[in-house]
Ligand binder design. Structure first.
Ligand code: GLN
Length: 533
């Protein structure tokens, strides 16, 4: 479907932009609005537009940007897509992530291919048209399509996106577009007051681009007086009731509730023409589960390389939390530095988890964690690199002293993990990993098959290296068995330890399919194993 043609009568669009500063919860706000609309019976789709010039998030430094989330069709995306999937319980695709770099490279390729018939190719209208088309494509088939624009309005690189969403209303009708601006009101300690000025300036700037928002979400660190909303509304040209206050919540899954309670309900009712109350039972239950205190406390040691940014392992942490709520245990995460951790630290936790990762730094610490877990009956969950280090650990225990992955030791004689066919030479290039959904067949009677409850499963992937089957007998001698392979039996997808309370590892990334109210079986298995010990 093309922008401006028959775009469907009922289709509605919600644009979520940010002002003042980024990182105040625009993604969670967008996802929460989607959750409220779903709870009113709407079919919701969602998309993140990121103005930076990368083609995808695959090569971004996770320390700076947080985790790289992977969709079922292999898009390497911003972590906000993880929030969207967890909040809306939908599986997103390549269409849900739109970056300037991707659109521009296509535009330039089209120009080279002579597709513009002599026209001057410009940011407006060519890039803005491409943005609008990407929005229409991503929203196709839903009742309400939510579009979050990354960064803050006024950023130099984001201007084409702001112009595109302004212009969009001209084609689909202003009544079919709802503009939500998320701003921040700081609290000044000395005078003990919230300040509305930065928000006013942000709204002024947005209006300068031709957008008067229908709704302003004011983020504050603590509950703020209603007068602040009135002031922002009056000076910002936003109608009464359109400004809602959103103080920090105790847990993110409370936000659909707080945002609904903040008074956004009537704005959404009017926009979609449905005043039915949303059924927010699921969110109430989740908020309750998160805040309950449980007698049983478990400490999971996360053997990690990036210790200063929780976002780097966001989906893994969310998957652990979901499993803990489901199993009614209080979860404590111990961050173990992969470069420094020792047996003493490993012995101080109830379970070890080695998440995905790239590069040699800290890898020996991860192998040590897997070795410790194998030898001391400590529950272990290995994810992607976490499976590769488990295989290395077992191969070494099984007699191959120098066993390694060629990712970390290119010259190792015992390359128990090696580069896949067709991957050599592509290291550190973008979009070339084994990405997205792949099926696996689980071994009958294995712990892994028991956990999943079925033998044929699908999980998302993001890796370049594979287990080398040539050394399987040594890996087995070290205590691991292969519990799942690709359907053709070629690639090792799961391993587990024999005679061990819980040692399960996978080449895939199960954390991406965990949901807050439907924990992933491998994470549930870990919690149960800790409970049983
Ligand atoms: N670095 C490993 C590989 O490329 C593991 C990747 C990961 O953990 N996501 O195969």
């Amino acid at each position: 479907m093309e922008v401006g043609t028959d775009m469907g009568e009922k289709q509605k669009y919600i644009f979520v932009t940010g002002g003042v500063l980024s990182g105040v919860g625009k993604g969670i706000t967008a996802a929460s609005i989607g959750a409220i609309l779903q709870a009113k019976g709407s079919k919701v789709s969602i998309q993140k537009c990121d103005p930076y010039l990368n083609v995808d998030a695959g090569l971004l430094n996770p320390r700076e940007h947080g985790e790289c989330f992977v969709t079922k069709d292999g898009a390497e995306t911003d972590l906000d897509l993880g929030h969207y999937e967890r909040f809306l319980d939908i599986e997103l695709t390549q269409k849900s992530t739109t970056l300037s770099g991707r659109l521009l490279s296509q535009l330039i390729a089209d120009e080279r291919a002579g597709k513009f018939n002599g026209q001057t190719v410009q940011l407006v209208p060519h890039l803005t048209n491409a943005i609008k088309q990407a929005i229409v494509d991503a929203g196709e088939g839903s009742d309400v399509h939510i579009v979050e624009i990354g960064g803050t309005v006024g950023d130099y690189e984001g201007l084409s996106f702001v112009e595109a969403i302004r212009d969009f209303a001209g084609q689909v009708g202003r009544e079919n577009c709802l503009y939500v601006h998320v701003v921040y009101a700081p609290f000044i300690e000395t005078s003990k007051e919230f300040k509305s000025k930065p928000a006013q300036n942000a709204l002024h700037e947005l209006r300068g681009f031709g957008i008067t928002p229908d709704c302003v979400v004011v983020r504050t660190e603590a509950p703020a007086p209603h007068a602040i909303a009135e002031k922002i509304g009056r000076f910002g040209g936003v109608r009464e009731g359109g400004v809602v206050l959103l103080p920090n919540a105790k847990t993110v899954y409370e936000i659909p509730l707080t945002i609904y309670a903040s008074g956004i309900g009537p704005v959404l009712d009017e926009f979609i023409g449905n005043s039915e109350k949303p059924d927010l039972k699921k969110w109430k239950q989740l908020a309750k589960a998160q805040q309950a205190s449980y007698a049983k406390k478990v400490t999971v040691g996360l053997v990690a390389k990036y210790l200063d940014n929780e976002d780097t392992y966001l989906s893994v942490l969310e998957a652990l939390r979901a499993a803990a709520w489901q199993e009614k245990v209080e979860l404590n995460i111990a961050w173990l530095d992969a470069e420094k951790s020792s047996e003493k630290e490993f012995s101080g936790v109830d379970a070890l988890l080695v998440p995905g990762g790239f590069g040699a730094r800290g890898v020996e610490g991860k192998v040590a964690a897997a070795t410790y877990a194998l030898q001391n009956n400590v529950p272990y969950l290995g994810i992607c690199l976490g499976m590769q280090v488990a295989v290395i650990a077992a191969a070494r225990l099984g007699g191959l002293k120098g066993a390694n992955s060629t990712e970390f030791d290119a010259k190792t004689k015992h390359d128990v993990v090696y580069i896949m066919d067709g991957q050599a030479g592509k290291e550190s290039t973008g979009g070339t990993l084994r990405l997205g959904d792949y099926q696996a067949t689980l071994k009958k009677g294995s712990k892994t098959a028991q956990l999943y409850g079925v033998q044929n499963i699908t999980e998302r992937h993001r890796h370049r290296y594979e287990v080398n089957r040539q050394f399987i007998s040594e890996v087995e001698a070290g205590g691991l068995t292969v519990s799942g392979t690709s359907p053709d039996g070629e690639l090792v997808e799961f391993v587990e330890a024999k005679n061990h309370p819980y040692f399960v590892a996978t080449q895939a990334h199960p954390e991406f399919k965990s949901r807050p109210d439907r924990a992933h079986p491998l994470f549930v298995g870990l919690m149960r194993a800790i409970g049983d010990i």
